[in-house]
Design a protein around this ligand. Structure first.
Ligand code: MN
Length: 425
């Protein structure tokens, strides 16, 4: 099927157009042997086997920089680049302009002949981490998740939520250098653990390796140090979102986290999708967050703003077997509130900052976004076709997918995030 003929209803149709970075698996084979040297040199410097920005269309990727050059577009300078960072840094007006141009390129039949040489089947490319991750923050914004965790770890507490939970979006700073693209294998981490029944700490491979189904938000436009970013400026700074798996070693985490929070139980790996979905593709998915049960301080009060939630339907599978379907629309704190909170003290934003929403868990048992909750900290088992699970086994492959409502009844697909657990060396 010709690549422009994306099937009706494809969640990666021209209404979506997520951005990634790719390289071709094989050098182009259509260059005849004995081609003039000058031509070869030009092909080498312009070879798409280098990393370059791509836009997904159905099961193909459009070499966006090459397309821009072929069409004489002024956006080649933003798109013929090995990361998304220059586009991210260009700001909201440029994001809209580039998206409008791309939409025209892939929908106007007159461009078809020019663009077809720059469309590559996904099966013939390698997808890379699409942007240079600056700072990485992870939040804790699902009330269902926070209550489940509270009941599991603090069963005697009067309230399963901590006293601050309804007043601010709780978060911590994670390790940006170990954010990896979907498909990267995850080595089972080792560390200290100490169960209440152990007399002394033990050292060894984690025996409670878990997932956290999350959505990651990607900051484009930076902000100066000392200047908080208000709720109203969210769309000026945040470019898009992606699925994120915050791999978590629960045994390491449980022993180390008091009083400074997550550290080595989280920092060994965080996986993100290869595709960043621009917020401009998700306007039909905007929904109001759950009603607020506590008054908010003015800087977090979004009652007069556009709806800050996103209706993203997430699915989590282990070895191809769906274990959970967390609904992002149930998140109590919005991405805009998280951005505002993380800068309210004057902390600056940098291009490439990434922040995770926190584990997405819905109200029902089949909507829980971690094995911690799905098995109630190992008390129960998940029965998969290939055996029972409490936490992840070596060889397990975890894949998260998602879609959102798009214009005219379409679906906007998010790029999957997948990773397989390999044994501790
Ligand atoms: Mn997390």
């Amino acid at each position: 099927m010709p690549p422009f003929d994306v099937p009706e209803g494809d969640p990666f149709g021209p209404h979506n157009l997520p951005y990634g970075v790719f390289s071709l698996n094989e050098p182009p084979t259509n260059t005849p042997a004995g081609t003039r040297t000058g031509h070869m040199t030009e092909r080498t410097t312009e070879s798409p086997t280098e990393r370059t920005v791509g836009v997904r269309l159905g099961d193909h990727v459009l070499d966006a920089g090459a397309a821009a050059r072929a069409l004489g577009s002024p956006y080649a300078g933003l798109l013929a680049r090995p990361t998304l960072n220059p586009l991210l840094a260009a700001g909201r007006t440029a994001w809209s302009d580039v998206r409008r141009a791309l939409t025209a390129w892939v929908t106007v039949p007159a461009h078809r002949e020019t663009l077809e040489p720059h469309l590559h089947p996904l099966s013939e490319v390698t997808l890379h981490l699409p942007f240079d991750v600056a700072d990485y923050v992870d939040f804790y914004a699902s009330e269902n998740h926070a209550r489940n965790v509270g009941q599991i770890f603090r069963p005697d507490a009067a309230d399963s939520l901590t006293p601050n939970w309804k007043h601010l979006p709780i978060g911590y700073h994670g390790r940006s250098g170990t954010v990896v693209v979907s498909g990267t294998e995850v080595v089972r981490p080792s560390g200290q653990r100490k169960a209440p029944t152990d007399a002394d700490p033990l050292f060894g491979p984690s025996v409670r390796l878990d997932i956290e189904a999350e959505v990651g938000f990607v900051v484009g436009a930076p902000s100066p140090m000392g200047t908080p970013v208000p709720l109203s400026a969210f769309r000026d700074h945040v470019f898009g979102l992606c699925l994120l798996n915050d791999w978590s070693a629960r045994d390491i985490q449980a022993w180390e986290y008091v009083p400074l929070g997550p550290f080595l139980g989280k920092s060994f790996a965080t996986s993100v999708s290869a595709w960043i979905t621009p917020l401009d593709a998700l306007t039909d998915a905007q929904v109001a967050p759950p009603s607020r049960t506590h008054p908010l301080l003015p800087y977090l009060d979004d009652s007069e703003d556009e709806p800050g939630g996103y209706d993203l339907r997430i699915s989590v599978a282990i070895n191809g077997h769906v274990v959970s379907e967390p609904p992002f629309s149930t998140m109590y704190w919005t991405a805009a509130q998280q951005l505002t909170h993380m800068t309210v003290n004057g902390a600056s934003l940098r291009t490439g900052d990434l922040y995770g929403s926190g584990t997405v868990s819905g109200p029902s048992e089949s909507e829980r976004g971690s094995l911690l909750e799905l098995t109630w900290n190992g008390r129960d088992t998940l029965d998969l076709p290939d055996g029972k699970r409490t936490f992840l086994e070596d060889g397990d492959e975890v894949t998260m997918t998602a879609w959102a409502p798009g214009p005219g009844g379409t679906r906007v697909g998010l790029g999957e995030v997948t990773g397989r657990i390999t044994p501790t060396p």
